[in-house]
Every structure is written in structure tokens, then in C-alpha cells.
Write a protein that binds this ligand. Sequence first.
Ligand SMILES: Cc1cc2nc3c(=O)[nH]c(=O)nc-3n(C[C@H](O)[C@H](O)[C@H](O)COP(=O)(O)OP(=O)(O)OC[C@H]3O[C@@H](n4cnc5c(N)ncnc54)[C@H](O)[C@@H]3O)c2cc1C
Ligand code: SF4
Length: 333
Amino acid sequence: MHPFAFVRPADAAAAVAAAAQANTAQQGADVRFVAGGTTLLDLLKLHVETPAWVIDIHRLPLNQIDATPDGGLKIGATARNADLAHHPTVQREYAVLSQALLAGASAQLRNMATTAGNLLQRTRCVYFRDTAMPCNKREPGTGCPAITGTNRTLAVLGTSAHCIATHPSDMCVAMAALEATVHVQGPKEARAVPIGDLHLLPGSTPHRETVLEPGDLITHVTLPPPIAGSKQVYLKLRDRASYEFALASAAIVITVSGGRVIRARVALGGVGTKPWRSPEAESALVGKPADAANFRKAAEAALRDAKPQSENGFKIELARRCLTHALHMAATG
Ligand SMILES: Cc1cc2nc3c(=O)[nH]c(=O)nc-3n(C[C@H](O)[C@H](O)[C@H](O)COP(=O)(O)OP(=O)(O)OC[C@H]3O[C@@H](n4cnc5c(N)ncnc54)[C@H](O)[C@@H]3O)c2cc1C
Ligand code: SF4
């Protein structure tokens, strides 16, 4: 493993101050936080990440899951994925989040993985994880071999000529449909980032994955109060039933009254370069009868701009069917 100094800060302020010395918060940063370590330690072993300093934040008191005064939920950055998935309020009021977390990884990994670590997990693109290969995300300007190579699991939405890597998280897809807000403590101030603004499209700078800057520590995530009467579903399609990333997934938060959709929040996973909220699907649904024909139209709208690569064209129809079926499950559940 690449040698690095290991720091255990006394509190969040010390963690932020130490991380603020980094040249960047992005790929290649010389200072990294580590929480559960289930993403970072693998990448250290593979020499994909080579920081000089690793700041251990997993013992900071940031693991609480509490109600907020407005009736929403505050989820600490170091709350474990397992604790969040099994929290009674999450199971009752934010079922889509519980389902998404339980569809991810394995029980052992969920016991270690944290909320912030999940938000910032890195792509599973095989070239990114192989330092013998070029990769614009790992080493800017070297090229993207995935475009002409192995790309079956990669993205069809939000891609660029420089990177087509899929964002691998399930949790983030549910949080996108729940309109979560990510709270960040920086060296100078704290700020709140809507989840849709946290991750960046690859464009010509795929090494810049988020809007985080040096020293930025995610402290917690908030969810707005639950929508009374909403139905929620997370549906994940993958090559095997567990311990596998999504080929396509859909998170649905929908309210149906009198047979019509009156509110819809839709997000897709496994197909986008970031967790993919679909305003196109949402506006195709609202005001329409909650029936199979309209669910299919919404799915077609969501995938209208999809761009297949040489091996992953099948994902477009798979995602349409995933979304159509998830809408049916939510509306009839
Ligand atoms: C075999 C395997 C299968 C998996 N399958 C799935 C799956 O099906 N679905 C899925 O969604 N995920 C899956 N995962 C990914 C897993 O969910 C993530 O590895 C995990 O959520 C990361 O959390 P962590 O706390 O371990 O992160 P760490 O490894 O500790 O950190 C990850 C990144 O986040 C940064 N970071 C951590 N906390 C903070 C903070 N508070 N502020 C700022 N930066 C921070 C770190 O610097 C690092 O860059 C899988 C992982 C493995 C190894
Ligand atoms: S898709 Fe992105 S992560 Fe994969 S090789 Fe291309 S640039 Fe690297």
C-alpha cells in the first residue's frame, strides 16, 4: 500500500483544518478523509488513490439520526448504512431509502459504510481501478479506453467524450428522489448543497466529481418532511440478486389521488454519470392517470437523451422497463 500519515482528529474542526491543507478535494488529493474505508482502502491498495495524509473521521460524533424541528430527518455523515436502513423512521417514512440501502453491497459492508462515504464512493469502471491503463478520471488527459473497450456496465445518460463512468451508488438515487440536502463544513463556513448539485457531470473534467473544495467535511444530510400519502419504491436490476451494482435502478416517490398522479419524484441509478433525477419523467406523470401507458411514456421521456456505447445499448430498454415496473409497484403497492 502507498505510504501515508494517519491522523485521528479530536473533533470536526480539527478534521476540517487538517484537510484544508489539501491541494484539491478531488481525485489526486494529498489529504483524504476515511470513514468506513470500504471505498478508500481498496483504492489505496490499488494505488488509485495515493494521499500523503489520511484523516480518520469515523469516531467523530457525527453518527446520529434525529428528527428535525420541521418534521424531516437529519442523518449524520458517519451513520452506518445498516443503521440508517433499519432506523424505524426511515423504514416507515422514507422506505425508498431503506430499500435502496439494503439493495447495496452486503450486510458486512453496510455495517461499515457511512452516509458520506456512500455519497462520495468512486466509480467501478475497470480502467479507473487499473493503474496500468489510461483513464481521464484517474489521470486527466490520458484518454478514456472505456469508450472503445469494456463498457457494458457504464453510463448512457450524462456521458461525455472524456468519460462514460456510471455513478455506482444506490443510496444517492433514493436521496435524489427524496430531495435530500447535503450539509458541508468548510474551512471558512458551513453550507447546504441540494443533492442534485453535489455531483458533477464529467464534461471535459471527469476528475472533478463533486463541488467539494479542500477541507470540506460532509457533516450530515437532511431529508424534508415525508409527503403524506406518498408511495415509495426502489427497484434495482443487476446481474445477480445480491452483492452486485445496478445495471439499472429506479427510485420512486409518488402520490396518486382519484386514479391520477398528483406528485412524482423519479430518479434512476446504474445508467447515469451521476445519480439521475428525471424531471422529464416527473412532468410526464403529473396530472395523468396512473396507468401502464402513462408509466411507459414517463420511462420513454426519462431515457430520451440516452446515448448507448458499444456494449451497453441494452441498458436503455432495461432502464425503461425498470422505471415502468417501479411506477406500477409504487402506484399499486
Ligand atoms: C464489494 C463491494 C460492493 C459494493 N456494492 C455496492 C452496491 O451495490 N451499491 C452501493 O451503493 N454501493 C456499493 N458499494 C460501495 C459502498 O456502499 C461504499 O464503499 C461505501 O458506502 C463507502 O462508505 P465508507 O464510509 O466506507 O467510505 P470511505 O471509503 O471511508 O470513503 C469514501 C470516500 O468518501 C470520502 N469521505 C468519507 N466521509 C467523508 C465526509 N464526512 N466528508 C467528506 N468526505 C468524506 C473519503 O475521503 C473517500 O474519498 C460496494 C462496495 C464494495 C467494496
Ligand atoms: S469511463 Fe471514465 S473512469 Fe472509465 S476509463 Fe473512461 S475516463 Fe476513466
